[in-house]
Design a protein around this ligand. Structure first.
Ligand code: ADP
Length: 549
């Protein structure tokens, strides 16, 4: 609610006053019980919406409007003043209830707000009906006997005013954003208007005993309005139907003319319209809430995408920039280690220095591997993984990698047994295949609990198979596929040391070779990773490499 200037405030006060008096006069023309308690009382809705949207400062328009409407309808001035007090308190109380809802700004676009409106619509009229009826008794407009019927009519008329009229003003301008704007939207709107008018005409006019002319027939069109057009159109349709139904009933036709007096007929009609209004309000609010949640989800997804894009870009730049100085550092440290080793006189001090240099070399190598992995991930993500194929012997590659990792295996306490009896050749990218073997073996050492690791290579004419088996604690069933995704890590105790990219790179590399890498078997006593690579014996066949079985 924003601050308004003096002329603006005056215009609002005048506008609310005029609308209040005009609609009050309409209501009071419809056979009010006891002369003043009418079943059709739009002013309650107007006052509630005005105070919610423009602030409680508009209360004088409500007070004066109520007093003038009743004075000009024959109420003595103390009675009119009493009624005005009750009606003003009703509006202030209702507005207070709605203003107390967290995040509420006006439109009924959450189920919570619909509940708030219902509470305001039921509670406010308790005050106005009670003070109004007491004023009528006090001013001798009603006989001394308590006017329960009058009170009931007053309360029901006000409740309906709040439920049927207020939502139109509260939701004003709140149109549902639908994807298909334009011509089809116009056609749908026309369809809705025809459906509402036709169902209202069918439901409320003509022969009330005809089996297909029942009031509940308006529901499909109202549900259509609530779901497809949102809260404002939905509430506008309810108000339109209410106007049509009241007019028809006041003329003495339609399904609500069973009783002899108009106010009895209107009581029945308003009971029905209350149900209609509530259903529409809650349905439209729930639908709005769902649409808002969908939109929020889309925005979150968008933000997440941007964040992931930035992360990938950062990784790409950072890993690229780090590779060159790391390579230089690696050479320098290795050179230092060599120099120290040459100069070593075998003393304890010299041995310690040599040991420290060796550890520095290992650390730099590990760092270089991490950066290389990150660089590979960024290249793969950008679709820039390129294979440089040549004839490769898988058995030999496994032997070479296992040999190179022997120190790591020893540190992990794992012995490696190798079964690669024959040469298994294929037209593959040597560097990448060695990278896959390295990643699988490194994992077997990391997660193999210091137990033996078995590696085997075998082949058929068309497929080469590599198996790496460890005897660690295995992989949880729900993680078996996810470990091949980027940055996925599961084993406890290793999180700080790992990035979760080794198996991702392995899968991308093997995919690029049209092969398969997967967990073949896993249990509490270890896991077996299987790589299957299609074999092509010479470059001429490489483009039609047989696919893995
Ligand atoms: P990293 O080992 O760097 O975390 P990887 O992509 O190589 O990344 O592995 C992803 C996850 O898969 C690991 O964090 C671990 O939880 C699980 N994993 C991989 N290999 C094994 C294995 N041999 N035994 C048990 N778990 C494994």
């Amino acid at each position: 609610m924003r601050q308004s200037s003096l002329p603006e405030r005056a215009a609002w006060l005048l506008g609310v006053f005029v609308a209040y008096v005009a609609t009050a006069k309409l209501g009071l023309a419809l056979d009010p019980v006891g002369g003043f308690a009418t079943l059709v009382w739009p002013p309650t809705g107007i006052a509630l919406a005005a105070l919610v949207r423009r602030g409680p400062g508009l209360w004088p328009a409500v007070a004066v409007g109520a007093a003038v409407a009743n004075l000009t309808s024959g109420a003595p001035w103390p009675v009119a003043a009493g009624i005005a007090v009750g009606n003003t308190l009703e509006a202030l109380l209702g507005a207070r209830v709605l203003a107390g809802l967290k995040g509420y700004t006006g439109p009924i676009v959450r189920v919570r707000y619909a509940v708030g409106l219902l509470v305001a619509a039921l509670a406010g009229p308790l005050v106005s009906a009670t003070i109004g009826v007491l004023s009528l008794h006090g001013g001798d407009v009603l006989p001394a006997a308590p006017g329960v019927g009058v009170w009931q009519a007053w309360w029901l008329g006000d409740v309906l005013g709040a439920l049927v009229v207020a939502p139109v003003l509260l939701n004003l301008g709140k149109l549902q954003e639908l994807g298909n704007a334009g011509r089809s939207r116009v056609l749908e709107s026309l369809g809705l208007i025809v459906a509402v008018l036709a169902s209202a005409a069918l439901s409320f006019s003509g022969d009330p005993t005809a089996p297909l002319r029942r009031p509940h027939m308006i529901f499909p069109a109202l549900i259509w309005a609530a779901i497809r057009f949102g809260t404002w159109v939905s509430s506008l349709m309810v108000l339109s139907i209410s106007c049509v139904a009241i007019t028809i009933t006041a003329r003495g036709t339609g399904p609500y003319v069973a009783a002899t007096t108009l106010h009895e007929n209107l009581t029945a009609l308003q009971g029905f319209m209350g149900t209609v209004a509530l259903t529409s309000i809650f349905l439209a609010a729930a639908n709005s809430e769902r649409a808002a949640a969908r939109l929020a989800l889309k925005e979150d997804e968008q933000a997440l995408r941007v964040a992931l894009g930035m992360r990938d870009e950062f990784l790409s730049i950072a890993s690229h920039e780090l590779r060159t100085p790391l390579a230089a550092l690696s050479l320098q440290v290795a050179g230092l280690e060599r120099a120290l080793s040459k100069r070593s006189n075998g003393s304890d001090e010299a041995q310690r220095e040599l040991h420290r240099a060796g550890r520095a070399v290992a650390h730099v190598e590990r760092l270089a591997r991490i950066v290389d992995n990150l660089f590979d991930v960024s290249q793969i993500t950008a679709g820039r993984l390129q294979l440089s194929r040549e004839m490769v012997d898988l058995s030999e590659a496994v032997r070479a990698v296992a040999g190179g990792l022997s120190e790591q295996a020893t540190r992990a306490g794992c012995s490696v047994s190798l079964s690669a009896p024959t040469a298994v050749t294929g037209y593959w990218d040597r560097f990448r295949i060695e990278q896959v073997i390295t990643n699988l073996l490194t994992n077997a050492f990391k997660y193999g609990a210091g137990k033996p690791v078995e590696v085997s290579v075998e082949a058929t004419d068309s497929v080469a198979r590599l198996r790496v088996r460890d005897h660690g604690t295995g992989i949880a069933p729900e993680a078996v596929e996810r470990i091949f995704e980027r940055f996925e890590r599961f084993a406890s105790g290793h999180h700080q040391k790992s990035l979760g990219v080794g198996l991702y790179i392995a899968r991308q590399v093997i995919d690029a070779h049209a092969g398969v890498v997967r967990v073949e078997q896993t249990s509490a006593t270890g896991s077996t990773f299987l790589v299957e690579l299609p074999r092509a014996q010479d470059p001429a066949h490489a483009s039609q490499a047989p696919s893995a079985p």
